[in-house]
Design a protein around this ligand. Structure first.
Ligand SMILES: Cc1cc2nc3c(=O)[nH]c(=O)nc-3n(C[C@H](O)[C@H](O)[C@H](O)COP(=O)(O)OP(=O)(O)OC[C@H]3O[C@@H](n4cnc5c(N)ncnc54)[C@H](O)[C@@H]3O)c2cc1C
Length: 258
């Protein structure tokens, strides 16, 4: 006997049941903030906005959408400036917002690591680390709204990139839901990890094209004992690089921003 493939409307009915009122939005006004980019440069449409609360719910969403051929647009804080989190204008897909997956799973100050869900707001991770006398150095103008899953998916840079690198340098491990709904468990905190291919790198900067990041283990640092800021004037722009080089050398490479 041949089984019928699930249609988009079957999948949406099942997703509504599975996710409940908090996790399934189809009302036009309630969906609106998820469908546009803040500057108005991108505007899309969607059949629904899905807000899972767990990795298992993300798995179920991906399996149902894959079967019904419903395109998924993962969305973090929707602060990206390239329109990647905004769905297509034809309204054929669904937005998958990670905003309810915002738990800190574990912080280990001795190991200088923290494991968080993808929907954690960047500023909240910074605060959690600081409360444990540690620094999570990723910092950018959107930090009160952007989420770590979005930061990882865009390999965000921010203002401390000179000292600590892009987000890529801050990720130790990932948990990802793959396009067939399987969970890739790679939440490891090991620094000296030389076991073959470093597959997590494919998802970092991948903008959600290869999977949905549901959690990450991140690198923490000692909190700086003191921070100094200097405002300098130069007579010609060419001197900026010489000054930068001198400041790096004089500070023992402790310069965080320039
Ligand atoms: C005021 C301001 C300042 C900024 N400063 C900087 C800066 O200094 N450096 C910088 O690099 N960027 C900067 N940005 C851009 C933006 O904030 C970053 O790109 C940020 O990392 C996006 O995070 P987000 O959670 O808002 O992601 P979103 O905009 O929601 O999504 C970005 C992309 O990632 C995908 N995605 C989101 N979450 C997931 C997930 N869990 N799994 C898989 N894919 C996912 C989306 O589909 C989309 O393609 C700035 C933006 C603003 C508004």
């Amino acid at each position: 006997m041949q089984t019928r493939m699930a249609t988009p409307s079957d999948a949406l009915d099942q997703l509504k049941q599975l996710l409940g009122d908090k996790g399934f939005i189809a009302d036009a006004a309630a969906m609106e903030p998820y469908l546009r980019e803040e500057r108005g440069s991108y505007h899309g449409a969607a059949k629904a906005v899905l807000r899972p609360a767990s990795t298992e719910e993300v798995t179920a969403i991906v399996k149902l959408c894959a079967e019904a051929k419903l395109p998924i647009f993962p969305q973090g804080g929707n602060t990206g400036l390239a329109g990647g989190a905004v769905p297509w204008e034809d309204g054929s897909g669904v937005v998958l917002s990670l905003s309810r997956m915002n738990r800190v799973r574990e912080i280990d100050p001795i190991d200088f690591s923290i494991t968080v869900e993808a929907g954690c707001i960047l500023a909240d991770i910074q605060k959690t680390a600081a409360a444990a006398d540690r620094l999570f150095p990723l910092s950018l103008g959107a930090e009160g709204t952007c989420q770590i899953g979005g930061n990882i998916s865009t390999n965000a840079g921010g203002i401390a990139v000179l000292r600590y690198g892009n987000t890529r340098s801050l990720v130790l491990g990932l948990e990802v839901v793959l396009p067939d709904g399987r969970i890739w468990h790679a939440l490891r905190a090991l620094r000296k990890d030389n076991t073959g291919y470093d597959l997590k790198q494919l998802f970092i900067g991948g903008e959600g094209t290869l999977g949905i990041i549901t959690a990450a283990t991140l690198r923490l640092f000692p909190l700086p004992k003191a921070v100094e800021t200097a405002f300098l004037g130069l007579t010609k722009v060419e001197d900026a690089m010489a000054l930068f080089s001198r400041a790096r050398k004089a500070s023992g490479d402790q310069l965080t921003a320039f």
